[in-house]
Design a protein around this ligand. Structure first.
Ligand code: NAD
Length: 255
């Protein structure tokens, strides 16, 4: 059975995407030899280091600005997944990415389990053990960039004076409970779980395909290298997401 067949047979396709769906937009994944982490040490960017060190926060803002200034745009893989939702064949997707490109492509229901780089939030005065403890204040990231431009290298929450951080999940930060709940609930309703561009080694996110399988869904994996779940999948397509998805989605939708 081809990927087009599996999609054509399904009423509720839920995609689960990782960094690999955005590499063809120019955003490196974790493993790329030219990736961001070749210039920044991931161990410097744990949640607790962010809380402890003004210098780490300032570097994080510089990195965030660099990321946003690059002006990344959706690629054919993001657009194909948006077409699937628009055709009424997908109730939404779950992504590990923080880049917002699924929404730019036109997807409406996007669960971002690792948050979004497009917003910033208050994380409180001295949050501990990877757990944000803010007052609930949240703003588009442009607010923080404006503070930086105005000469404040380490902006604080205007409501309570707590630390401000990108609304993303850093290393050693606990996941946002509501997003995880929404992801589990969406994956639980799928009749086809389609993973795209994820190494499927980051837990608990990589549990979602297994949960869908337990609920009777089929599992299709599109990735350019093997994953630990290849053996339990109904179909594995080894290739680039931007080549594989448009063809399969359009073939399925034209039937
Ligand atoms: P990962 O880097 O661990 O794995 C990405 C996978 O995609 C790899 O197996 C790689 O071989 C594959 N891949 C790369 N380009 C591909 C393509 N064009 N087509 C098909 N497959 C391709 O990423 P992950 O599993 O998503 O998990 C790592 C974490 O990195 C996630 O938490 C994510 O939040 C974060 N991250 C996000 C972004 C982003 O927002 N765009 C970028 C880098 C890392």
């Amino acid at each position: 059975m081809s990927l087009a067949d599996l999609i054509a047979d399904a009423d509720r396709v839920v995609a689960f995407t990782g960094a690999g769906v955005s590499t063809e937009s120019g955003i490196p994944d974790f493993r790329s030899p030219t990736g961001v982490w070749t210039r920044y040490d991931p161990q410097d960017f744990t949640f607790d280091r962010y809380v402890e060190s003004a210098e780490v926060r300032e570097r994080s803002w510089r990195m965030r600005r660099e990321f946003l200034a690059a002006g990344y745009t959706p690629n054919p893989a993001h657009l194909a997944l948006a077409r699937l939702e628009q055709a009424g064949r997908s109730p939404g997707l779950v992504t590990q990415n923080i880049d917002g490109l699924h929404q730019d492509a036109g997807s409406r229901h996007v669960v971002e389990i690792h948050g979004t780089a497009r917003d910033v939030m208050c994380i409180g005065h001295q949050p501990r053990h990877g757990t944000p403890d803010g007052c609930g204040w949240r703003m588009p990231v442009d607010w923080a960039l404006a503070q930086l431009d105005a000469g404040d290298p380490d902006p604080l929450c205007p409501l309570c004076g707590g630390l401000v951080k990108s609304a993303t999940v850093s290393f050693e930060q606990v996941l946002f409970g509501d997003a995880l709940e929404a992801a589990v609930s969406l994956a639980g309703t799928a009749d086809l779980l389609l993973t795209v561009g994820s190494s499927l080694v980051v837990y608990p996110a990589a549990d979602l395909p297994l949960l869908a399988l337990r609920n009777g869904a089929r599992l299709a994996i599109v990735n350019d290298e093997p994953t630990p779940l290849d053996d339990v999948a109904d179909l594995v397509v080894r290739g680039r997401a931007g080549d594989v998805l448009p063809e399969a989605v359009d073939a399925a939708l034209s039937r």
